[in-house]
Design a protein. Structure first.
Length: 144
């Protein structure tokens, strides 16, 4: 298993941040590992919105399985070799909000052997994505 969690505090409203995060087409703007995102179903974020997200030459189909504006979002992608689960939580504050991005990558079958290596790489990849998220939201890191 590989997991990465980051928290960002921003002056932007919880509603604005939630809408931004729920539309996975924005992933490419803040996650340098994402090369391209194409929406397959829906128009922006929403329950059952589906997106093809291309990372490292592989395209994963993410489906929005929970959409609770402006506080919670869960998107899941599954292939023959992995399950990627990304949870976004947004907590309103008096002057903005804190967004938590929790990405979990589970390998399946024989691929589980490389899980420890993937965990190390995922930490570096997640760190670059967290920096991009802070930049896009004009935010600051919040210790997890």
């Amino acid at each position: 298993m590989a997991r990465y969690i980051t928290k960002v505090r921003t002056a932007r409203s919880a509603e604005d941040v939630f809408a931004y995060m729920a539309d996975l087409r924005n992933f490419a703007a803040w996650d340098p590992g994402v090369k391209k995102v194409v929406q397959i179903d829906g128009d922006g974020g929403g329950l059952d919105a589906t997106f093809d997200v291309t990372v490292s030459g592989t395209t994963l189909r993410y489906r929005t399985v929970e959409h609770q504006p402006p506080t919670g979002l869960l998107v899941v992608a599954e292939s023959s070799s992995l399950v990627s689960t990304d949870r976004v939580s947004v907590q309103a504050e008096s002057a903005g909000c804190v967004v938590t991005y929790d990405a979990d990558l589970q390998l399946k079958g024989i691929a589980k052997i490389v899980s420890p290596i993937l965990g190390l790489a995922f930490g570096r990849i997640g760190g670059r994505a967290a920096a991009g998220l802070r930049r896009e939201l004009d935010g600051v890191d919040v210790p997890t």
